[in-house]
Design a binder for this molecule. Structure first.
Ligand code: SAM
Length: 305
């Protein structure tokens, strides 16, 4: 059942794509492995999430790799200052541009997997051109910000096609605007609320992208059958049951025990339609529904069209 890298078809095309870090997935090219470079003032925050369960296994199998880069290590002043008061006044602190830009440009100029040796932090930094941009254009440089484009499964799938991604975690009142104008190529928000820093948002992206890498979930259909995913046509997944058959008087629906695959599949699809109708009718407007699906939804009170 496990679809790990060894079991992927080794056709000529797959080999070529694997060599470039890409392979053919059911919905276009997807990365066979993704390297994340994360820029943060708090690298320790990542240790728990990265060392458990799916993310841990994916790293062990070399399906994903995460390099944590401490932005502060790229300061050269005595007090290693990374923030300053806002021009024009107002509360809070703003992250200074130089340490972030220096960190990102230094790391992205080097092969994936490189990080500044701890002994070189602050004092023995590689040379850097402070006056002109040097970041390579083919690696997305993503700023986590509540002002960014909303993260969705579609955006996650888009990110999973890149072999390398750079994620910048803001802190305090955010980053100096020149980080946006001169370095960043994409801005992503994980929702319409404000976090204290971009670290949790970066972890969300690492987790969601890694799930899409073939083999990361360790079972055949992988993430294809989850809510919002292509295997479910973008619908929410319907109700799921496991043992015991009856819990506090509530039994498992008979159809799931019928052994009739066609009926089970039909029931699951209808439940996915109903669940989406009841919880997220806004999603239905954008999905490629069949005439049969539409008729079913209308029967159950869908008012669209
Ligand atoms: N002053 C900023 C604004 O109004 O847009 C918010 C700063 S927030 C307190 C600090 C940092 O947390 C941000 O720079 C960003 O990196 C991160 N952050 C906060 N909310 C986020 C969200 N919804 N999605 C992604 N990152 C977020």
């Amino acid at each position: 059942m496990v679809a790990d890298m060894d079991e992927l078809p080794k056709t000529g095309e797959s080999e070529k794509l694997l060599a470039t870090g890409m392979m053919d997935g059911p919905h276009g090219l997807i990365a066979s492995a993704v390297h994340f470079d994360i820029f943060t003032l708090f690298p320790q925050m990542f240790s728990g999430p990265l060392s458990e369960s799916i993310l841990k296994r994916a790293q062990e199998r070399e399906l994903c790799a995460v390099a944590l880069h401490d932005i502060r290590a790229y300061t050269t002043d005595r007090h290693h200052v990374c923030d300053d008061t806002p021009y024009g006044g107002g509360g809070g602190m703003i992250m200074k541009p130089e340490p972030i830009v220096r960190a990102v440009e230094t790391v992205l100029a080097r092969p994936a997997g490189w990080s500044l040796p701890a002994a070189d932090a602050y004092t023995n930094l590689p040379p850097w051109d402070a006056d002109s941009a040097t970041a390579k254009g083919d690696i997305p440089i993503i700023l986590l910000t509540p002002q960014g484009r909303p993260l969705s499964q579609t955006v996650v799938a888009e990110l999973s096609r890149y072999p390398r991604l750079a994620l910048i975690c803001g802190r305090y009142e955010g980053v100096d605007e020149r980080v946006r104008t001169q370095l960043v190529t994409d801005e992503i928000s994980i929702g319409d609320y404000v976090l204290s820093g971009g670290e949790l948002a970066a972890m969300v992206i690492v987790d969601a992208v890694t799930r899409l890498i073939p083999g990361a979930l360790g079972f055949e259909l992988g993430a294809e059958q989850d809510s919002h995913s292509p295997g479910l046509g973008g619908l929410l997944e319907g109700p799921q049951y496991t043992r015991p058959h009856t819990f506090r008087g509530e039994p498992t629906p008979d159809v799931l025990l019928s052994g009739h695959h066609g009926n089970v599949a039909r029931w699951r699809h209808e439940q996915a339609l109903l669940r989406t109708l009841h919880r997220r009718p806004d999603l239905l407007m954008h999905l490629p529904l069949s005439a049969k699906d539409r008729a079913f939804l209308h029967q159950h009170g869908w008012l669209a069209e």
